[in-house]
Design a binder for this molecule. Structure first.
Ligand SMILES: Cc1ncc(COP(=O)(O)O)c(C=O)c1O
Length: 457
């Protein structure tokens, strides 16, 4: 029988995370203080994050030890399996060899616990009593809720209103793990009230929910804020995905020509891709593709600029591809991909030609997810379907070209709690959203007065 699963034991789990900051072809530009516009020092971030995570955020150390307590809990779901998608290959009749890393095996159903666990642990060590956060589809909020419960920390989640209504089960998962979940924009914070005053029917956005979570964190010294993507320390924690995949691809006797991940804030993509990007920086030929929705085209249509991470301008300014902090994307079902910015590390590697961004329409992603489900069985989260759709495009291209390409993609999460979105697709209630340039230009106007990065366009 042919091998389909490449499995590592707990003993083979990586003991260090990889930090690509040490290998960046172009040095990163610093985050800037939202008030002064000057580079942020560790003390500027201290009201929001514990110092041990701030140190990681600023670290240029290539390898960072994973504490034993984190390894013990990682072992609940890690190492995650790598699969050869032989059934999908057959269904597509492609000469490509397709592999996927299954991050849907975590108890919360996605890659998000890889960093939620680390962030809850470092907060616990620093004495934090409560963590606030935002969530889109609920994958991040539920992951943080679970990991806070492991360490006895209170958890408060502001969930983007459109997803709060579309995805009641994730809200209930958060409750099961003991978190308090509120629809955002809410009347609980000044930020939420100011947004509702202007637009009482606002569907919410990740930028708005971040403003609410940060406001609540800075109001109390025992409360900190956690972000599920975008920041450097999140990319570090997620590197465990790619480090495992490097070993597993070796077990399979293959090395990827193409690496694919969906990208909302960039964390699952970076988690898989960065350990391989290191090889590319050192001369390997790999096509590394980050996939976003055409309705929130941060990387493919947003400039590289300094921008706030949130709507009401409380977070530091980050150098990143952005659509502007006031951009509100169409209410597509891939809630986790509806973010106006992209991780600075991913953004810089796009400028450096290491990563290639692509955008895909919603309907193609669902069609791809169904092809995947009917061949491999697994039902993907709508975010993850973006990676599946790009994989299918690449596999069909390999067929056209008659090439035996090796494709590796990150299956970032299952969609078993997202079936309402599949229902909308089956009933013909989903549409592709064309985003007019005027809407992007209007949102980008808010960046005109902000400082510009060296490579800003
Ligand atoms: C399953 C899944 N994949 C991908 C994403 C996108 O986030 P990121 O780009 O940080 O991986 C999310 C976000 O919620 C998600 O839940």
């Amino acid at each position: 029988m042919k091998m389909q699963k490449f499995l590592l034991t707990e003993q083979e789990m990586p003991r260090k995370w990889y930090n690509i900051m040490a290998d960046m072809p172009t040095p990163m530009e610093p985050p800037l203080h939202p008030g002064t516009g000057q580079p942020c020092g560790p003390e500027d971030l201290a009201p929001i994050f514990p110092m041990n995570l701030i140190e990681q955020e600023m670290s240029t150390q290539q390898w960072i030890d994973i504490p034993e307590e984190i390894l013990d809990k990682y072992a609940i779901w890690r190492p995650s399996p790598l699969f050869r998608a032989r059934n999908l290959e057959k269904a597509l009749d492609t000469p490509a060899r397709i592999y996927f890393k299954n991050e849907g095996v975590s108890p919360a159903g996605s890659h998000k616990p890889n960093t939620a666990l680390a962030q809850a642990y470092y907060n616990k060590v620093a004495g934090t009593k409560k963590i606030t956060t935002e969530t889109g589809a609920g994958q991040w909020g539920s992951s943080l809720a679970m990991c806070c419960s492991f360490f006895g920390i209170e958890c408060k989640v502001f969930m983007v209103k459109i997803s709060y209504n579309q995805k009641p089960y994730r809200r209930l998962m958060m409750e099961t793990w003991g978190a308090n979940c509120t629809a955002s924009p809410s009347t609980e914070t000044k930020a939420g009230r100011s947004i509702l005053e202007k637009d009482p029917d606002s569907p919410g956005s990740l930028g708005m929910a971040i403003s609410e979570a940060v406001e609540e964190a800075v109001a109390d010294e025992n409360t900190k804020y956690a972000l599920g993507s975008v920041l450097n320390h999140v990319m570090i924690h997620q590197s465990i995905i790619g480090l495992e995949a490097l070993k597993q691809m070796e077990m399979a006797g293959d090395y990827p020509d193409v690496i694919i991940g969906s990208a909302g804030g960039g964390s699952n993509f970076a988690g898989l891709a960065f350990p391989f990007a290191r090889d590319k920086i050192n001369g390997k030929q790999i096509d590394i593709i980050a996939v976003e929705p055409t309705s929130c085209p941060t990387m493919t249509r947003g400039p590289f600029a300094y921008d706030f991470g949130d709507t009401v301008q409380m977070t530091p300014l980050l150098p990143m591809h952005t659509l502007g902090h006031n951009f509100v994307p169409a209410p597509i079902h891939a809630g986790g991909l509806r973010y106006h910015g992209m991780a600075p590390l991913v953004s810089q590697l796009i400028l450096d030609g290491i990563i290639r961004p692509e955008a895909i329409h919603q309907l193609e992603t669902f069609k791809a997810g169904i092809t995947f489900a009917r061949s491999e069985g697994y039902i993907s989260a709508p975010e993850c379907n973006h990676a599946v759709a790009m994989t299918i495009r690449e596999a069909l291209k390999a067929k056209e070209e008659g090439k035996e390409k090796v494709i590796l993609f990150n299956w970032s999460g299952h969609g078993l709690v997202d079936m309402a979105s599949y229902e909308s697709y089956f009933r013909g209630n989903l549409a592709d959203h064309d985003l007019p340039q005027e809407q992007i230009d209007a949102a980008l106007k808010d960046l005109e007065t902000l400082p510009k990065p060296r490579q800003g366009k």
